[in-house]
Design a protein around this ligand. Sequence first.
Ligand code: FAD
Length: 374
Amino acid sequence: MRDDCDVVVIGGGQAGLSAAYFLQRFSLGDRYQLLDHARGPGGAWQFRWPTLTLAAANRVHDLPGYGLVEALGRDCETFPAATAVPEYFGKYEQRFGLRVYRPVDVRAVEHLYTESGDGGFVVSLGDRRTITTRTIINATGTWERPFIPHVPGIGDFRGRQLHTHDYVGPEEFAGKRVLVVGAGISAIQLLIEISRRAPGVQTFWCSRTEPTFDPTPFDPDKGRRAVARVEERVRAGLPPTSVVSVTGLALTPAIRAAQDDGILTWRPMFTRITETGVCWDCEVDATSGEDTLDVDVIFWNTGFRSALDHLAPLHLRGPGGGITMTGRLATTVAAEPRIQLLGYGPSASTIGANRAGRAAARNVAELLGVRGTA
Ligand code: FAD
């Protein structure tokens, strides 16, 4: 690994690999270094729960130039995403000679000021080494920032609380009373999985708003409009909403069957957590009654935020609470155009990450004065 280069790509998931592929296409193959702190390939997919198959995922789009079926030589729809995607990404890296330095943890990115003026950035690593670079492509995803909303009493609960991030399978909930919180696809899928596969479990479901399930086939125009709304937000400097959440939930046969079996019995969000469960419209001293629910487990499926702590020294967040983005596909930080953010806002999906990788590589090529097409 060199201690000075033109481009540092942070994160080797879908977005980072797409960026590296297009950097090579722009003849920047020997001018970037790609760093990732995971031990192996696969981005966040390597950490997904074992029961999530590729068929059950929303849809994992192929990386540019080399598809999953071609790479693995078989259709892997029924395979766990946590093994199929890492195998695919590993082959992808080999195929295009994408060198990913791992495990390399990026702790901080700061401006580098030299006697002659602005010297770009200094990237500090977990082992105390540093790399100086002229530009940054950040592709660190969201998986490492699970989000749990603050609810009064949250620290008082004596049962178990966990997040989607920590889920390993339904078996551990056998015989328990489990409250699933959230209205996204993970919440619904895991509520159904636990209800059906954990012997003796009793499940309950709450979220802020009741999701609607769309019985019509997926409409690409609707998807594009939803992504455009997220793009508008980040261009205005507002915190992004999840792309996957705004594209809506399809009424699949599994969801229809769960509705018929009474598994998807929705309740509005509780207002307080007690030592033994949750309650609605209760005061500090919750007493028993119709508006309380005792549970053993609160399972938060309440989403993720962007994993950007290492960029904090650059003070990129504005008064709107988000980072104002600009340029092609909103991949460039408006206040610091030498930083491209991928997987943030409209590019927080596998297809969005692919496109953003190309846009970012093009932006960087322009900044470095390299002409070319990809
Ligand atoms: P990641 O895959 O998260 O990769 C980020 C990489 O950055 C990781 O390898 C990590 O090790 C590395 N990293 C992070 N911080 C640092 C650091 N400080 N230093 C060094 N390395 C670092 N999208 C879809 O299109 N279809 C789906 O079916 C789908 N299902 C999803 C299911 C779940 C449960 C979740 C949470 C998301 C899902 N998404 C889906 C969204 C999707 O995961 C992402 O948009 C896409 O895979 C993320 O790619 P990425 O490269 O941006 O991030």
